[in-house]
Design a protein around this ligand. Structure first.
Ligand code: KIV
Ligand code: ZN
Length: 390
């Protein structure tokens, strides 16, 4: 596959919004859609139009206002769903219908009480219905992660023949290991004769914390679209994090040869906007956008970081729009960090002074979680007063 462009399909407004407590109204969805477009995502999954009149309205308004990104609406493999989605998307410059059906035995037998042949026919049928309304039709094979590869290949071949432009291979339950998900994509690339007529897409859930790793394995194996959300929000343990895949692809561009259109410097501001609007805090140790992503607290790390930031940082915080790196003072911190923080407060101490102050620092640090600027100022002034009294 020649082109290294990886399409970023953002589903914060659909899979992300399914998180309990994260429901958005139309105004909030439109605001986020415009921010996502500005961030550089290629496709915005705006909602599930048949699910409620409010979501229909949201998809419809987003379709009318977003100009560069593709606007996508989700449906089941049901004719009415597809008609409603087409109606909601009719004002879009680039509309896409995302339709599909479960293909694993769990779905075929337990959910639909059906057979593989019947599901294959329904898959083809829903793509054909959607093609009556839009050119760009994405098919999802729900629970592809647990679907037998041979059957999955037959479904993928049939939906591409029916006109699907993108075929989504969701690891709906977050079950796969990265090498298994990569092998699944490779199997499809090697065994579906018309696979070159469509883009394969990775839609990975994070039930085992592998969503990002699986998506990257999928792209390495030949997929060219990643479905992801800001802050990794999504059903249950969430979806692949947009900020993580965007930065993995950027960091490893030389050896992988992939790129996205994401503006990295907007990742932290975007994460905060989504966290605020959805009232869903970001875990402090979250990669790229967590409040500790650029904090250094142990003495060994601080010393190395202060000599050369790259010793302990593979990304500069400015590159992803985060606040400057922080030297946090705890009882695990060292003298270099203490001297650095005194200096930032305007206290220039010699090495001998820092050695003396360090004992007092440890006494304070052992009594609390973090030593703050006001603790340092008290220490520094007391030390200066005792020194001038001698
Ligand atoms: O996880 C999943 O399988 C989905 C589909 C509806 C694409 O969200
Ligand atoms: Zn999903």
């Amino acid at each position: 596959m020649a082109d290294g462009k990886v399409y970023i399909f953002d589903t914060t407004l659909r899979d992300g919004e399914q998180v309990p407590g994260c429901k958005l109204n139309t105004k909030e969805k439109v605001e986020l859609a415009l921010q996502l477009e500005d961030l550089g995502v290629d496709i915005i999954e705006a909602g599930f139009p048949i699910s409620s009149p409010g979501d229909f309205e949201s998809v419809s308004q987003i379709a009318g206002i977003v100009k560069n990104a593709t606007v996508c609406g989700l449906t089941r493999a049901v004719q009415k769903d597809i008609e409603v989605a087409a109606e909601a998307l009719k004002g879009a410059a680039r509309p896409r219908i995302h339709t599909g059906i479960g293909t694993s035995d769990y779905h075929i037998k337990s959910k639909f009480n059906s057979t593989q042949e019947d599901i294959l026919q329904r898959a083809v049928q829903c793509v054909k219905w959607a093609k009556n309304f839009v050119d760009d039709v994405e098919f999802y094979a729900e629970d592809a992660g647990r679907t037998d590869n041979e059957y999955l290949a037959r479904v993928v071949e049939a939906v591409i023949a029916a006109g699907a432009t993108v075929v989504n291979i969701p690891d709906t339950t977050g079950y796969c290991l990265p090498h298994q998900y990569g092998e699944k994509i490779a199997y499809l690339i090697n065994n579906v004769p018309n696979v070159d007529k469509a883009i394969l897409s990775c839609h990975c859930h994070n039930d085992l914390g592998l969503a990002t790793a699986n998506s990257i394995a999928g792209v390495i194996a030949g997929a060219r679209q990643i479905e992801c959300t800001i802050n990794g929000l999504g059903e249950r343990a969430g979806n692949t994090s947009l900020e993580e895949v965007a930065m993995i692809i950027k960091q490893h561009q030389p050896e992988l040869g992939f790129y996205t259109n994401i503006k990295a410097s907007q990742l932290n501001p975007m994460s905060r906007i989504v966290s605020d609007i959805m009232r869903m805090p970001v875990q402090p140790n979250k990669a790229i956008v967590g409040s500790n992503a650029f904090s250094h607290s142990s003495g060994i790390h601080q010393d190395g970081f202060l000599k050369n930031a790259q010793t302990y940082e593979i990304i500069a915080p400015e590159e992803v729009g985060a606040d400057s790196s922080k030297i946090v003072l705890t009882a695990r911190s060292g003298r270099s960090a203490l001297a650095y923080r005194f200096q930032k407060l305007g206290f220039e101490f010699l090495r001998n002074d820092v050695d003396v102050l360090y004992n007092e620092f440890l006494r304070v640090a052992d009594s609390k979680k973090e030593v703050e600027d006001n603790d340092l100022a008290v220490m520094a002034k007391a030390y200066q007063a005792s020194a001038s009294a001698v």
